[in-house]
Design a protein around this ligand. Sequence first.
Ligand SMILES: NC(=O)c1ccc[n+]([C@@H]2O[C@H](COP(=O)([O-])OP(=O)(O)OC[C@H]3O[C@@H](n4cnc5c(N)ncnc54)[C@H](OP(=O)(O)O)[C@@H]3O)[C@@H](O)[C@H]2O)c1
Length: 218
Amino acid sequence: MLIGIVGGTGPAGSSLAVRLSSLGHTVLVGSRTEEKALGVVRELREQDGLVGPIRGASNFEAVSGELVFIATPWDGAQSTARSLAKELVGKTVISMVNALLKVGVEMQPLALARGSAAQSIQAALPESFVVSALHHVPARELGDLGKAVDCDILVCSDHPDSKEKVIGLLDSVPGLVALDAGSLANSGAIEAMTAVLINLNIRYRARTALRITGIERD
Ligand SMILES: NC(=O)c1ccc[n+]([C@@H]2O[C@H](COP(=O)([O-])OP(=O)(O)OC[C@H]3O[C@@H](n4cnc5c(N)ncnc54)[C@H](OP(=O)(O)O)[C@@H]3O)[C@@H](O)[C@H]2O)c1
């Protein structure tokens, strides 16, 4: 699959690119500045274990992917999505954006008018199929190809076919289990939980992730 990542030059997007390319997908790492994306991809290539097909691109080029991830900070996500709305018509767009604010030493969830970053992106992309996913997976673990990723992914969307497609893709990542968490209205709770995990990381000097109990697994 050809997969684009808007804002792919940060820790979240670039580790996702490394992981997806290791599974044989061609990944376009998008940036507001193509030169920056080319530099980031050059650095990723120099890292041990990166063998998959991966290219630096502008955000505009990155949205040519069959699936498009948005991996920018929350405050740039809606305007970025809006600027690419025409190119994203009819596509599945995955938001991994968390609406969080640092207050003193603590991370706190931010109450956005539409309920979540994912719903703001859906409002900016009325003709696209927005799926919310990957909020809790720590970037470092996602990008470490030497290990399986020990994490459940809560996936929500108002578009069942797109949700299924994304669950299928994420389930193919060793260790990840993607769970259907309902409609996009649930994204606020999922994004907010990220603040809790980050605060646990700070308090216990840890890198926490979520595993849901009570679901029968294979
Ligand atoms: N880090 C994690 O472990 C993790 C895990 C799960 C989810 N997330 C979520 O994923 C998103 C990205 O996380 P990150 O840590 O990679 O963030 P980041 O490094 O702060 O930002 C990622 C990229 O977004 C672009 N960007 C920055 N400000 C922007 C703006 N105002 N408008 C458009 N693009 C902008 C930048 O790329 P260019 O300058 O190249 O355009 C930057 O490299 C966040 O919403 C975060 O909550 C993070």
